[in-house]
Design a protein around this ligand. Structure first.
Ligand code: OOB
Length: 556
């Protein structure tokens, strides 16, 4: 096992192998076998650096081999960490499978990440390389690469002074097969702390999760999976996502952007059968579908997850889009729950599903880790054949994020129905879920505190009709309050992803006190959240700005 990653205890590993979950399958062999079985079928369709491509399984397999050779020549070796920041382009697959074949470990950054995040990943993981597009959504990633001073930069597209992916030598080289029980890739945690956490996933556990997901979602070689979310997210990557589709011999269609304008024509052209998205996007699709001139009739399943999808919206999926809704409640750390396609409508609309595996252990507990009575809400703890036992290089944090016997503390508050379906009732972690994008309150607070005019800051969630939640930062200024726009500009200048910039900044003179000494950050955030909710319930008071918050507000 990669040093810094936490293995499953041998007893559990043996159990998961015996049950047939961990089959010793690596990503490299998976593609090899898919190419042998489905060679001339189309695997990946999208728009690459040189225009539209349609790669068959055989073509993808061959490309992965040749690129693996090129990357090996460049110096990449087994267990080298590589920060991969690519949008939905076909080269993503060529690169991933090349890295998997070498045994190098991609760390999946999001296209939205900027210097603060990328710099941290590169440093914390001591990455050997950084892979970027030349430009994406109007942003020049080569600029970012210069800023973070990455050691070895590989560019999909126009490389400038860096190494172009398509200029690497391609003569074959013999590479030893990586150990399937070793780390294959790293996902990013939504996080609750000041620094993002890296999630090491092994070949054995990750392959199991998407192979089983593909079965649950009924994928076959006739299926067509449309990837609309950024492919680096765990959901479109593996639930069952693009990798699940490839294990099933299905076709993956990459949408560069998720809007109906971009995706509806693709659905018609490629006869898409399944796609996955976050609730705000599903709402946009539901709005757009009735008036579209495109034929969406090939769609069979619309998966929605990443944040809670309300029952009312879920019930509209079939009437409006003519397909089944599948709720997906998962986490990059492991556990993924699905409503099953043959579940009664009531279950598919009102619950967030049940775990993938019979070996997923789920506990619903109170604050003292004692099980709550059946049907009551409590903290969700989990352990199982594809849920990590620790974050990468994060010993101190792991002690708090996992129980002594290895259960992951998800931070989600759930209720279990008598038939074992989970309903997400809330959250007990200092995180904002902004339409599926996760924001760690502490991380944003730390960036705010770096401003000379900020004495203290607390970041909380505000309910929002479209996104579910937005962020609000309460700031106690040091002296005269800066302007909110200036503070947002300052945060952008710190190099954090745009989705982490608070939607609202409210200046206050002080934070609430409890009268019994200092309040904890958690209590403070809870008090501020409650206050916001009360203000929203009494819009008159809020709009007049009559003491909307503790302390004397400074409206901006
Ligand atoms: C997915 O993964 P992450 O790592 O971005 O976020 C995990 C967290 C969960 O702990 C929960 O707080 C929230 O996102 N969440 C949901 C949800 N799905 C995720 N909350 C309510 N309802 C849902 N359906 O978001 C993710 C990973 C794999 C598959 C799907 C989503």
């Amino acid at each position: 096992m990669l040093p810094g990653a936490v293995p499953w205890p041998e007893e559990f590993a043996a159990r998961y192998r015996e049950a047939g979950y961990w089959r010793g399958q690596t990503f490299g062999r998976l593609l090899r076998e898919a190419a042998a079985e489905h060679g001339e079928r189309e695997a990946v369709i999208g728009v690459g650096a040189d225009g539209p491509v349609r790669w068959t399984y055989a073509e993808l397999d061959r490309r992965a081999d040749r690129l693996a050779a090129g990357l090996h020549r460049l110096g990449l070796r087994p267990r080298d960490r590589v920060v991969v920041q690519l949008p939905n382009v076909p080269e993503f697959f060529e690169l991933c499978f090349a890295l998997f074949r070498i045994g190098a470990i991609p760390i999946f950054a999001l296209p939205a990440h900027r210097a603060a995040e990328i710099g941290y990943f590169l440093e914390h993981a001591e990455a050997a390389a950084y892979v970027i597009p030349d430009r994406c959504a109007g942003f020049d990633h080569r600029e970012l690469a210069r800023e973070v001073k990455a050691e070895r930069v590989i560019v999909v597209g126009d490389a400038a002074e860096f190494t172009a992916l398509d200029a690497l030598p391609r003569d074959p080289v013999e590479l030893p097969e990586p150990d399937p029980s070793d780390v294959a890739l790293m996902q990013l945690s939504g996080g609750t702390t000041g620094t993002p956490k890296l999630i090491p996933r092994t070949h054995d556990d990750y392959v199991y999760s998407f192979r089983a997901s593909a079965e649950i979602c009924g994928l076959t070689p006739e299926s067509v999976y449309l990837c609309v979310l950024p492919v680096a997210h765990n959901f479109p990557m593996s639930s069952p996502g693009v990798f699940g589709a490839l294990t099933a011999g299905a076709k993956v269609v990459l949408a560069p952007l998720p809007s109906p304008d971009e995706t509806f024509p693709l659905i018609e052209r490629e006869r898409v059968t399944i796609t996955g998205m976050v609730p705000p996007l599903a709402l946009v699709w539901l709005e757009a579908a009735p008036a579209t001139r495109y034929d969406l009739s090939s769609l069979e399943v619309l998966q929605v997850g990443g944040a809670k999808f309300g029952a009312e919206a879920a019930a509209r999926v079939r009437p409006v889009l003519g397909c089944d809704v599948q709720q997906v409640f998962g986490m990059a750390e492991g556990l993924v729950n699905y409503t099953r396609l043959d579940d009664p409508e009531q279950v598919r609309v009102t619950t967030q599903g049940r775990p993938i595996s019979p070996h997923d252990e789920v506990l619903v507990v109170d604050d003292q880790d004692r099980p709550v009575p059946p049907g009551e809400a409590g903290h969700l703890l989990t352990r199982g054949p594809y849920t990590i036992r620790g974050y990468y290089r994060a010993e101190a944090h792991n002690a708090a994020a996992f129980t002594a016997d290895g259960f992951y503390r998800t931070g989600d508050v759930v209720r279990r129905t008598p038939d074992g379906h989970l309903v997400v009732e809330g959250r007990a972690k200092d995180q904002i879920n902004r339409g599926g994008e996760k924001i760690a309150a502490e991380e944003v607070e730390n960036h705010l505190l770096a401003h000379e005019a900020v004495l203290d800051a607390a970041v909380v969630a505000v309910p929002d009709a479209l996104l579910g939640e937005r962020t609000c930062a309460f700031v106690i200024p040091r002296g005269a309050a800066p302007r909110a726009v200036a503070l947002k500009g300052f945060l952008r200048g710190r190099g954090i992803a745009a989705y982490k910039i608070p939607d609202r900044i409210v200046f206050v003179e002080e934070f609430p006190h409890t009268g019994v000494g200092k309040v904890s950050r958690r209590e403070l955030r809870a008090a501020l959240t409650e206050r916001l909710a009360r203000d929203a319930a009494a819009p008159d008071a809020a709009s007049e700005n009559r003491d909307p918050l503790p302390g004397q507000p400074t409206p901006r």
